[in-house]
Design a protein around this ligand. Sequence first.
Ligand code: PMP
Length: 462
Amino acid sequence: MKKYILIRMYFSVCCGRTSTAYIERKQAVMKQLSDKDFTKSHALLRESNRCMVGGVSSPVRAFNSVGGRPFLAESGKGSRLRDVDGNEYIDYVLSWGPLAMGHAYPAVVEAVQKAMESGSSFGVTNESEIRLAERIAAQFKSIDLVRFVNSGTEAVMSAVRLARAFVGCDYVVKVEGGYHGHSDSMLVKAGSGLAARGIPNSPGVPNDTTKTTIVIPYNDLNAAKEVFDECGDDIACLIIEPLPGNMGLVLPDSGYLEGLRQLTKWSGSLLIFDEVMSGFRAHIPGAQQRYKVKPDITILGKVIGGGLPVGAYGGPAEIMAMMAPEGPVYQAGTLSGNPLAMAAGIATLDALLQEGVFASMESRMLDLCKGIKDAAKETGVPVYQTRVGSMGCTFFNESGVGNYSDAASSNTETYAKFFWGMLRRGVYLPPSQFETYFMSAAHTDADIDKTLQAACDTLKDL
Ligand code: PMP
């Protein structure tokens, strides 16, 4: 009980709820948004707080790191998200990445409706699983066989188990600020919601579990070498977002990923690329293709489910054959390979892989990021802009950002003001400095122009 009270105090300090800064931030937000009506959102939020923890189903949705109260979504169409009060936003969060073709893309809606008419779940293999697995294996040279699960978290947890069994030892190396979902061994110095709250680890994770997780800074090959020199024989795998998107978007230095590939190869450990976010966003099919580094196991999610719950992991037959029923490593799922998710994934990939679709998303993201950088320069606001494929991030940071500690030194107060200023002008960016924003194929040049006008006006106000 005592420990619980201490933890609660720790959280209220971490979230800054009691500080004057928090109250001031909140007042500034309310002032900025005085011309928007959030009556229905706030009424529903009061209700959701009565029956759901923190009023949300996932922490970042509470907007804690930008202060103020979140809106509730009513619907989405193309590049637009509409809240329950009828406010409309150009959406660059896109359900945190999956909606590569935009909200309610007609071919996805049709495919899901059709699948639903034939039954929502069977508990035996359905042809749609084969068709999506084939598409994934055709795109990723590193993948022969795929296993579908229901989320990125589940895919990571299973892939790490597979690596430990295959290599025959327990240690896992991860990167500081890298987020791989919320399984116990990955909740060490993680990014995303944990970075936004400034908490390195989660209470409730047994010390024994995290004892086998070694954390290294991103883009520091020497640090990785030291770890592998010291305990390479005990390392089952190195898991990494090759293009980290959960500490904001950070780019790999030239030679870094290749260096990790060599280190893992020499020590007989597996290299796992978590491409849940970067898959079909960093490039077609992912960061491994962009940076020409082949991992042993690839983890996917988000885009391959087109907005329905999905996760997957895959690799060469020799490794994947360790999984039950072929091999001894156990992992299962009542709804895994769900036909609705498979249908949405197939329709999304088929649309995204059409000639020119990804290239035009990429070039719109380039225009957007260049425009924000130029506007910041003009207004004298220091930003560090990153972009790869259809992913982007604006760090409010005077210097470059190459790892988590650089990202953490960004001005989160300014980001919060930027976020609310953009929202007020009809643009929805991620409600945290430590996230990535995304482009969809539904975004138009007019959307980019409107967004850049909003960015200019907001930056002037900062
Ligand atoms: N890995 C990465 C790289 C992610 O970005 C995420 C989610 N943002 C996850 C794993 C976890 O995926 P999920 O939320 O589907 O469990």
